[in-house]
Design a protein around this ligand. Structure first.
Ligand code: FAD
Length: 483
């Protein structure tokens, strides 16, 4: 058929992976078309993920910190919460960022097509124009021809089929709308997304219950880190059901009645005003007409790629949530840069760029709960499972002057060093602002630092970041005079 537009690179999906790839490709001199079905760029992360959740978590953190001051001679009254105002704050943050992205796309001369894109051939994507906040189709369609394509179509929340269609049953997107604060809230799935949303709702007044199939909350993080969080957060929860499945639910006038079955076969139930399903995210790979391009998609919707983000079809690349775990924005961004550089290298004949590759060993994870939990590289559990002998340097925040001054000394900083090479291989931090601190540990791993490198780096006193240097000193047995 007729081609309406031709480009070097077509990027399918305008999330953090997609816009980063598009911007990098444009900066490198390529003609780029970016296809996004929603009115604003930014994907899940900016519109219904990372950013709105942090806008609400910030408010919760300030309320929680204010409560911590009660023991320091300062008490505030109960917070007066205006949900409309809170929603406006969150929407304002999103608006600023998405407007910034639109401006950056324009500045770089990236053509943004608003519409739903599907492959119609190995070198063609048809874009059905969409309009409004939903995805109503206008009936107008354009066919775009490309030399290279980057699939960045992301993921969406998994739905439990037996949960009733009811406004009291939401996924993370529904929870972020913050229509009201329930009295009794159930979180199905004890991972980061569920527990972050739970933190917001509980600080605003909801009583929480959580149900998780595995034997601990926040799967993936070391248990010693999670334990600190759990001890501090116990008062928010009426029940924490582990090794338990949610098996049935029905909507009643009194609330959503939910049935559970534990691993030992015992059954229980509860009634809730709000049920948040946060049981994971499924990739959008099966909805992009991949067959037409000969692009293989796995049963669950993931697309397999190599270290250069190349799929089985050599001129089609894929990045972000759609290529697998960890489903994190910063991973998507880095993968997007790699794909764009490899493509620019090939199309412009730059051999060095064409050799760019992605190595995902050092992707930090952060739960922005209260306190925060952050980890990067090898965890202690993984080291044990893989039979890697490690030396551990641990610094308890109960010995940090700053943490004590902040009245938040419950955390600790832990670094792991390979016994054979002495290089740092991983680290975990639990405590307020742990997420802002973990980048230093990631850098140390990337640079191949050992405990002496980190311990002799002068950290400003008194800061929480200082605990990283002190944990390194603990690992190589040095003494320190600083609290
Ligand atoms: P997405 O962000 O999913 O973007 C894909 C885009 O493609 C979407 O905009 C979609 O509309 C578009 N699209 C899909 N198919 C088509 C099509 N056929 N045609 C046109 N457009 C299409 N990650 C973090 O790193 N830190 C956090 O704090 C964090 N918090 C989160 C909180 C929540 C509540 C959620 C749900 C997620 C959070 N994440 C966080 C995860 C993060 O949002 C994702 O990892 C990230 O958005 C993935 O980026 P992506 O570019 O791969 O895909």
């Amino acid at each position: 058929g007729a081609v309406d537009l031709a480009c070097d690179v077509l990027v399918l999906g305008g999330g953090p992976g997609g816009y980063s790839a598009a911007f990098r490709a444009a900066d490198l001199g390529l003609k780029v078309v970016l296809v996004e079905r929603y009115p604003s760029l930014g994907g899940v992360c900016l519109n219904v993920g990372c950013i709105p959740s942090k806008a609400l978590l910030h408010v919760a953190a300030v309320i929680d910190e204010a409560r911590h001051l009660a023991g320091a001679g300062v008490t505030f009254g109960a917070p007066q919460i205006d949900l409309a105002g809170l929603r406006a704050h969150k929407d304002g943050v999103i608006g600023k960022l998405t407007a910034g992205l639109a401006a950056m796309a324009k500045m770089r001369k990236v053509t943004v097509l608003r519409g739903y894109g599907v492959f119609v051939g190995p070198h063609h994507v048809a874009v059905e124009e969409t309009t409004g906040a939903g995805q109503d189709k206008t009936g107008r369609q354009q066919v775009v021809a490309f030399k290279r394509c980057i699939v960045a179509a992301g993921s969406q929340a998994v739905r439990l089929p037996f949960l009733p269609q009811d406004e009291r049953v939401v996924d993370s997107t529904g929870a972020l709308q913050l229509s009201r604060v329930p009295e009794r809230m159930l979180i199905i799935g004890g991972g980061i997304i569920g527990l972050e949303m739970g933190t917001v709702y509980s600080t605003l007044g909801a009583r929480l219950e959580v149900v998780e199939m595995q034997d601990g909350l926040m799967p993936g993080a070391d248990r010693d880190l999670v334990k600190v969080w759990q001890r501090l957060n116990a008062p928010r929860f009426d029940a924490i059901r582990l090794r338990t499945r949610t098996v049935a639910a029905e909507a009643t006038a009194d609330g959503i009645r939910v049935q559970f079955e534990a691993a030992d076969g015992s059954r229980s139930e509860g009634v809730y005003d709000l049920v948040l399903q946060a049981v994971g995210r499924a990739p959008n790979g099966r909805k992009i007409g991949a067959e037409a391009a000969g692009l293989p998609v796995e049963e669950r919707g993931f697309i397999r790629v190599d270290r250069q983000m190349r799929t089985a079809v050599p001129h089609i690349f894929a990045i972000g949530d759609i290529v697998g775990q960890p489903m994190l924005a910063h991973k998507a961004v880095h993968e997007g840069h790699v794909a764009a550089e490899v493509i620019a290298g090939e199309l412009l004949g730059d051999e060095q760029l064409a050799r760019t590759a992605f190595d995902a060993r050092v992707v930090p994870s952060v739960a922005y709960t209260d306190p925060e939990i952050a980890w990067v590289g090898l965890t202690e559990d993984q080291a044990r499972a893989q039979g890697i002998a490690v030396d551990k340097g641990l610094f308890p925040w109960s010995a940090s002057g700053r943490a004590i001054a902040n009245r938040r000394d419950e955390g600790f900083t832990k670094l792991l060093f390979d016994k054979a090479t002495h290089r740092i291989v991983g680290g975990g931090i639990v405590g307020v602002h742990a997420g802002d601190m973990i980048g230093e540990v990631a850098l140390a791993i990337e640079m191949g630092a050992d405990a002496v490198d980190i311990g002799r780096t002068i950290h400003p006193h008194p800061t929480l970041g200082e605990t990283i240097g002190l944990a390194a000193e603990a690992a190589h047995g040095a003494c320190t005079d600083l609290p």
